[in-house]
Design a protein around this ligand. Structure first.
Ligand SMILES: NC(=O)c1ccc[n+]([C@@H]2O[C@H](COP(=O)([O-])OP(=O)(O)OC[C@H]3O[C@@H](n4cnc5c(N)ncnc54)[C@H](OP(=O)(O)O)[C@@H]3O)[C@@H](O)[C@H]2O)c1
Length: 251
């Protein structure tokens, strides 16, 4: 078995799917995790296998449940027996005005977006160390460092992601594992359907973006892939923003 293996959480649609395509195009076998939408998962598996001639295994697992994370990694062992890359991409979250946020909203969002990342990274690092090292990349958003409307719990969970990345980068370096975060501006995926101001966000992102267009899933995938190449060896614990320069502008 000489193909490298990448595990992408939430890798069956949206940005995760673009990341899956990028790794497949570069010869990686894939484990694509999803939570509910089996039809999307099956479509992704078929399309990627046909186009890139790599192996794709899909695993339904809610990363908000620690025992389901363990099961996901058991599948990695049973299917491929190695792991080279983990992309912590799956995310969920409750978007409400701050004064309406309840404890259950906080727990749901933090468990899926932040807690899952730390424990998945532990599982991944143990396996990567066995084959000489690997790469972990997590996804974040500008709400980690900005105060976006209705975004408090997701924003805080993404700030935690960026902090976890810094700690992991130091702790996992002796295991030859690099760890970084890619943060994005608004990308038109299903996730944006939950934003009450979706149209305004997209219109603003396209019209004002110094790069002249909105960020596409493929733009994020390029940065994630780069961070898993030898060229990025000395980049550790960083959050790389892929937004065409939009966040540089004053309102
Ligand atoms: N879209 C943006 O504007 C944007 C901007 C910056 C950063 N990001 C970040 O990029 C990442 C991907 O975003 P996206 O817009 O592509 O999301 P998306 O279209 O909503 O897709 C989410 C993916 O995650 C999976 N997922 C959701 N909850 C899960 C759980 N509990 N356990 C396992 N898998 C779960 C979904 O599986 P099912 O298909 O089964 O539901 C799906 O595959 C996220 O981390 C997001 O915060 C997005």
């Amino acid at each position: 078995m000489d193909h490298k293996v990448a595990l992408i959480t939430g890798g069956t649609r949206g940005i995760g799917r673009a990341i899956a395509d990028k790794f497949a195009a570069n010869g990686y076998d894939l484990i694509l995790n999803y939570a509910r939408k089996a039809t999307n998962a099956e479509a992704a598996k078929q399309a990627i296998e046909e186009k890139y001639h790599v192996a794709v295994t899909t695993v339904k697992a809610n990363v908000g449940e620690p025992e389901q994370i363990s099961r996901l990694f058991q599948t990695v062992d049973e299917t491929y027996g190695r792991l080279d890359v983990l992309v912590n991409n799956a995310a969920s979250g409750v978007q409400r005005p701050l004064m309406e946020i309840q404890q259950k909203h906080w727990d749901w969002t933090m468990d899926i977006n932040a807690r899952a990342y730390l424990f998945a990274a532990q599982e991944a690092a143990r396996r990567m160390e066995k084959n000489g090292g690997g790469h972990i990349v997590a996804l974040s958003s500008l709400g980690a460092v900005r105060a976006l409307p209705n975004y408090v719990v997701v924003g805080v969970s993404k700030a935690a992601v960026e902090a976890i990345t810094r700690y992991l980068a130091v702790a996992l370096a002796p295991m030859h594992v690099t760890v970084n975060t890619v943060s994005g501006g608004a990308v038109d995926t299903d996730a944006l359907k939950h934003f009450p101001n979706r149209e305004e966000l997209l219109e603003q992102a396209a019209r004002h973006n110094p790069a002249g267009r909105i960020v596409r899933p493929e733009d994020i995938a390029e940065a994630v892939y780069f961070l898993c190449t030898p060229a990025a060896f000395m980049i550790r614990g960083q959050t790389i923003t892929v937004d065409g320069g939009l966040s540089l502008l004053a309102e």
